[in-house]
Design a protein around this ligand. Structure first.
Ligand SMILES: Cc1ncc(COP(=O)(O)O)c(C=O)c1O
Length: 484
């Protein structure tokens, strides 16, 4: 068991160890990472760091103690609401991220239903299959049953399926703008209509798109209505630490009006430590994240976001064209902005992904159907050409691997058939030669892992395997023990 170092260390020594620890981290500055980090250049990062450091010690738990944070938070919410078709009634709160905003939307719906639909004993919410797992997490935490509904062939929520899934227990319907897996915008107006007809709440998850789609539309790209301008939308989640390029730990949950938001709050007036009230999940909230969010919105302004998004959309257009020009690859659905999924009818795209990993690119794998996920951001303007060149090479390699494995499978089949008629000595000779020919050189990579996972008949087994991985993540590695 690792214990605290017995003695103090020097700041230099600690920082050197930390720098060394980063050696194998994803390379996002060079635009080789297509998820997790949203980087808009050093000027933006420098401002974020300075703003964060200025409010490094402050705590958003008690805004009365820090009127500065109260002002920042109120102004960030108002600017976000105005971007998303809000009006004087629209209210909201800052949260730590998309997941917390979504948790708050579901908690609001559950508590709203307790008051306005008291006959609902077992609340349900309707989630198109592409809805972010944060909704399933919220369902798990708050005792709401998730009802997953299918997609249409364009990978958007199937409106008739959503309608058919409504029961007297339904309290909330969800749509995404856009969906994380494929970047397509769900039919928000149609879903909102169903919600209104059935007098239930409707949440738009614009975590990834809320700070981009309004600018994409202004730049002249087609964007369907998705925000408070659509009658029936009662709440929207929008992350600032994604396409608003804020520091990590900043998202906004917006509600159509104050009465709805009341159901989000938590108050405990009888605590010995004083009256405790908290609008969101967290108690202590880092002042730095709130300050940095305010800083970036004011620094970039409409002009800055339009310029950044112009670059992002031009880069996306180039990347889409490049992918479509590579035989065997295709873009799934018709993405509305800069989130893309690369699929294939003929290749194992996980092999393509593995070949890209070998070349230093960090790209997420998706399933049902298999695809590779790209979040194109400002930084990819500089790496798009290199990305497309490597993608072409990766596809060529994956084609060879696919052929190689096919040949291998044929060979194994032939060996099995032969074993029925040939003497054992000759058989073992042949087997050794076959594996020397075909059995080596195909590394066990994510392609193999996804293949294995997909072949498990019981999804519960997959869950158990993943839980084991989570367990392992907090194990101290030998290497770390040796440091210092
Ligand atoms: C559409 C959507 N919703 C919710 C989330 C969850 O956000 P977070 O990871 O900040 O909790 C994401 C994250 O990518 C997302 O894309």
């Amino acid at each position: 068991m690792l214990s605290l170092p017995p003695k103090r260390s020097s700041a230099e020594k600690v920082l050197t160890a930390m720098q060394r620890a980063r050696d194998d981290d994803a390379n996002w500055q060079a635009g080789k990472t297509f998820s997790l980090v949203y980087y808009a250049g050093d000027d933006v990062s420098d401002l974020l760091k300075r703003a964060y450091a200025l409010f490094f010690s402050e705590n958003g738990l008690n805004p009365m103690a820090f009127p500065s944070l109260k002002k920042f938070e109120a102004e960030v919410i108002a600017m976000t609401a105005s971007l998303l078709g809000g009006d004087d009634e629209t209210v909201g709160n800052l949260t730590s991220g998309g997941t917390e905003s979504i948790l708050m939307a579901v908690k609001t719906a559950r508590d709203w239903a307790r008051v306005h639909k008291p006959r609902v004993a077992a609340p349900e919410m309707i989630l198109p299959l592409t809805a972010h797992p944060a909704f399933d997490k919220a369902a798990h935490y708050f005792g709401v049953t998730p009802i997953h509904t299918p997609l249409t062939s364009d990978l958007r929520a199937d409106v008739s399926a959503a309608r058919a899934a409504i029961t007297p227990n339904t309290i909330l319907l969800v749509g995404s703008a856009p969906t994380y897996p494929h970047g397509v915008v769900d039919p928000i107006a149609e879903l909102a209509h169903i919600a209104r007809e059935n007098e239930i709440l409707f949440h738009v998850d614009a975590c990834v798109g809320g700070f981009m789609l309004p600018f994409v539309r202004k730049l002249g790209y087609p964007v369907p209505d998705f925000d408070f301008r659509v009658p029936g939308v009662t709440s929207i989640s929008v992350d600032l630490h994604k396409y608003a390029y804020a520091a990590k730990g900043a998202s906004v949950i917006l509600h159509k009006n104050r009465a709805l938001r009341r159901h989000q709050y938590f108050v405990y007036a009888d605590w010995l430590g004083g009256i405790y009230a908290s609008p969101t999940m967290c108690g202590t909230r880092p002042g730095g994240a709130i300050a940095a969010a305010w800083a970036i919105l004011n620094y970039l302004g409409e002009e800055g976001y339009l310029a950044i998004n112009n670059t992002v959309m031009r880069t996306t257009t180039k990347v889409r064209a490049g992918i479509n020009a590579i035989p065997g690859l295709k873009i799934l659905g018709d993405p509305a902005m800069s989130i893309l999924a690369i699929g294939s009818d003929v290749l194992n795209v996980y092999e393509v992904g593995d070949e890209m990993t070998v070349r230093g690119w960090q790209i997420d794998r998706q399933q049902f159907p298999p695809s590779l996920h790209l979040t194109v951001t400002h930084v990819h303007a500089q790496s798009a050409d290199a990305f497309l060149r490597d993608l072409e090479r990766a596809v060529a390699k994956a084609r060879r691997l696919t052929f190689h494995k096919f040949a291998n499978a044929l060979q194994v089949g032939a060996v099995r058939a032969a074993s029925k008629i040939l003497p054992p000595k000759l058989m073992s000779d042949l087997t050794a030669r076959a594996s020397a020919l075909f059995g080596s050189g195909v590394p066990a990579r994510s392609a193999a892992m996804y293949g294995m996972m997909a072949s498990l008949p019981n999804r519960g087994d997959v869950n158990e395997l993943v839980l084991d991985v989570l367990d392992g993540l907090t194990r101290v590695e030998e290497r770390q023990k040796d440091e210092g």
